[in-house]
Design a protein around this ligand. Structure first.
Ligand SMILES: *Cc1c(COP(=O)(O)O)cnc(C)c1O
Length: 237
């Protein structure tokens, strides 16, 4: 259905561009994975913020199963327009304000940006009200940048113990953003540190995902143990 021919102007239709971009990303992920000697797989979350619904649909036609949005209102509008299949997992990747938790819990399969026990408690309360077990990732901060959101890694063990007592939340992993560098190689120490935290907690807390890597740095992230990457520009540019 998406195997369209180039149009008369010689320009490739967008669907072909998206398809080729996805192919390239998957190939790069596999190459990075091979370097690690790791046999596990990496989940690709297509970040669809600022991308209109018709182009999201094209990505879904290419086999994308997980999409990430960072703003509730924009996501709400597009999800309505798309009437997504149940099998498509919707991830909230942007900062979540307390007053939007109710909406977020109604709309998203995974909330990746939980960075305080207070927010976790609020999510738990709202999820309880609709009899849902809300899957969440804890966003941790691995750089000293003042502006970045995220839980300080020192607080992570305590956070995870407390979150266990919240019946309507399931913490399934960690999410990390490295600072932006022109040269992605410079993100490596941040991702390595994040993997250190992840591996020290993975068994005790039954974690499944380490979400790290964006368009600029996902290959390094996968080499350092990421098993979930969030790619926007690299797919929709
Ligand atoms: C926008 C965004 C991404 C994707 O960024 P790209 O550079 O476009 O791949 C990933 N994660 C988060 C949290 C984002 O806000």
């Amino acid at each position: 259905m998406w195997l369209l021919n180039p149009d008369k102007s010689g320009q490739q239709p967008l669907i072909t561009v998206i398809k080729n971009n996805i192919k390239k990303v998957l190939k790069n992920i596999n190459r990075a994975l091979e370097k690690t000697g790791n046999t596990s797989s990496v989940k690709l979350v297509a970040v669809t913020k600022t991308v209109p619904a018709d182009r999201i649909k094209e990505a879904l036609d290419c086999g994308i199963t997980d999409i990430g949005e960072n703003r509730i209102q924009e996501a709400e509008r597009k999800f309505e327009e798309l009437s997504l299949a149940q099998s498509i997992k919707k991830h909230l990747i942007g900062h979540l304000q307390t007053n939007k938790v109710k909406k977020a819990v109604e709309m998203f399969d995974v909330i990746q940006s939980v960075d305080s026990i207070y927010l976790a408690e609020e999510i738990n309360k709202r999820a309880g009200q609709i009899n849902k077990i809300q899957e969440c990732l804890v966003e941790i901060k691995v750089s000293e940048e003042e502006t970045k959101y995220g839980l300080h890694p020192d607080k992570l063990p305590d956070f995870l113990e407390k979150a266990k007592e919240l019946e309507n939340i399931k913490i399934i992993g960690l999410m990390v953003m490295a600072p932006f560098f022109e040269d992605p190689e410079q993100t490596r120490p941040y991702f390595r540190r994040a993997y250190g935290y992840y591996s020290s907690l993975v068994t005790r807390h039954s974690l499944s995902y380490l979400s790290m890597g964006m368009t600029n740095d996902y290959e390094v992230a996968v080499e350092e143990g990421s098993n979930m990457v969030r790619i926007g520009t690299g797919i929709f540019k």
